[in-house]
Structure formats: C-alpha cells, structure tokens
Design a protein around this ligand. Sequence first.
Ligand code: UDP
Length: 386
Amino acid sequence: MVSEDQQLHVMFLPYVAPGHMMPMVDMARLFAANGIRVTILTTTKNALSFQNSIARDVRFGQKISLEILRFPSVEAGLPEGCENLYDATSPEMHKVKLANELGIPRLAFSGSGFFNLCVSHNIDRYKPHDDIKLETEIFIVPGLPDKVKLTRSQLPDIVKTKNEFSSLFEELKKAERDSFGVLVNSFYDLEAGYVDHFRKDIGIRAWSMGPVSMFNRDTDDKIERGGNSCVSKHSCLSWLGSREANSVLYICFGSLTRFTKAQIREIACALEESGHSFIWVVGKVSDSKDCDFWLPERFQENVSGKGLIISGWAPQILILEHPAIGGFLTHCGWNSIVEGVSAGVPMVTWPVFAEQFYNEKLVTQVIKFGVPEKQWTGPSRISITP
Ligand code: UDP
C-alpha cells in the first residue's frame, strides 16, 4: 500500500481560455480515474464551468479536488467577473500576464497538436517566408514528413513581425523546452509522422493523451462541458433526433472568434440560401456595444424548421457525436479538430487566426479529412489575435 504522503500528487494549472481549460480538466479527470491524486488550481468563476463534473468524480471515489483562488480582475484593470478570455470584450483584455515558475517538477500542456508544434518549429528555424514577396504566394515548409503548403498571409502576425506578445511567446517556448516533457491532446494515428518528428528530430519528450474529450461519457458531463450551454439537453437531442442521419451541418468558430455584423450577415445569407439543415453556434459580435449576439432581422423565422441557432455556448461534443451530424464547418481550433475527427465527422475548414491556418493543413493536406472553405473576401476578417 502506498501511504498518503508517498502517493503521486499532480497539480493542474489550466490557462484561462476554454480551448486550454477544457482539455486540461478532461486530462486531470483522466489522471484521477487512473488512481492519481489530483488538484486543479483555478479561480472562482472558472470553477463554475466544471465543478459539477468534479463533484461527480468525487462521488465515484476519485481523489480529485479544486483549489479555488480569487482572481483579481479589478486590480488587473479588467471588469468585475472577467476571469476567462471567453468573457473578454476587447482584444486589449487578452494581455493578462501568466504566472511563471512554480519551482516543482513540471510538465507542459500543449493546447495544440504535434503537427502545429512541428510546423511552427520549422518555420521559426528555416524562415521560408523571408524570401517570399507576395502574401498569396505558396511555399513549402522545409524539413517536414509531408509537403505542407502555406502562404505568407496564413502565417500568424507574430511570425512575420515581432510585436508585444513576442517576448511572452519566447518565454512560453523556453518554459516548454525546460519542462520534463509535453502532454498533448492527440493520438498517434492522427499525426504519426509529426509525433515521431517532434520527439526524434526536434528532440522534446512528449506524450499523446487524447482525445481527452472522449473521457466525457456521461451525457451530463457532455452538456455541461465548458459552462452552461444555451440549449437544454432535451431540446438539443430532440431537434437532432428529428433529422435524418448525416444530414446536418454543424457550424462553430470556437470560443474566441468575434465576427462583425457584416460577416454574420454573410454567413446567415449563405445558410438560408443553401437550404441545408444546420446547427449554427453564433459567436459574439465584435462591432456592437449594445449586444453580445446579433442576427439579421427575420433570419430565425426564415430558417425555422431547417436550422437550430445557438447564440452562446453549445454542447459541442454532444452535438458532434450525434448521428444526424454529417459535416462540421470549423475554425480549426485544435480541440475542435480532434473532437470532429473522433466523432468521424468530415470538415469544411475556415481558419480565422493564429495557428488555425497550420491546423487546417493537417486536415486538408495530410489526413485529407476535410476541404477548405473559399478564402473570406468580405470586410475585415480578423477581430481578435490572442
Ligand atoms: N466549445 C464548446 N461550445 C462552444 C464553443 C466551443 O463546447 O459553444 C468547445 C469545443 O468543444 C472545444 C473548445 O470549446 O473543446 C474550443 O477549443 P478550440 O481549440 O477548438 O478553439 P478555441 O476556442 O481555442 O479557438
């Protein structure tokens, strides 16, 4: 028998954005389910989005607990209660600094996959874009297992020019290299060549732990994952149950994308004209002071019977795993890709910012499990660049 003080105790400190917090909480619960003592450090409001699942785990006898800290929103110059990037109403609010060294053995958690880690590493190392004049000219990223094609316009701004985030990113990369190793929400068959490349050629110890979202087997875990969903379990499942298999397109741009009203209007028109069944998770708008969510007039009536509109948080994995879903229009956030692939749903890719353009190439060029949406040609495309 291992005594209480000899037992391995792992602390998890998730970064305060849904795309990091949710897979890390899933991972923490997975550790606990394997008999490890686990504590998740988080803040009061963030705890609300997963404390019910943790309470269920405790009832099942797992040694998992929360250590809840007060987040100094006001002292940090943020509105009261703003504790997560999902709640940030302007890009400036993303500049909250991270806590640095914990001074204990540390494993880094990568919010993205091996493919992105390898592409970013090789772009940093070989700088293939330096010789490219046109933003739209295609180049191949050197030194990778496949011919991965990109254009300069698809590179994150921070890669092309140093900005105020550069030193923060450098510190993060250094912290990752100095860690004992990296835990990744991925699985070997999804990106085998890149798992090997990362471990052998880049030389960092790493483990694939995913797909971590599949740890949520209980329907209540799925509906509550990441926060209070805007649709009830019953209405969502009964709507999906009324559709034929593989007939519904699920559209979601993740937790951080903010489109303008003009962009929302374009998407709404396209959906209405397409005549297909859809579920559209309408994200917050970037250009309205009066409301978080916005839709063109009469859109809801015009598509009633065809579309389910979710203005707010959706139970994504519950939806993706439903047999009625036949396609996923995604912004290519890493979690969404892993969740879509795990559910066996082919994708239409529409990356919006940051490494989403790299992730897209895994889907469209390497595993060929999706096709790209035509490049956006409407008004200003990107509203938030964390
Ligand atoms: N998600 C969700 N409901 C929503 C929006 C997002 O459950 O309405 C979840 C989704 O399942 C995924 C995560 O939020 O696990 C988003 O992470 P991703 O890496 O795809 O994108 P990000 O939000 O970081 O851009």
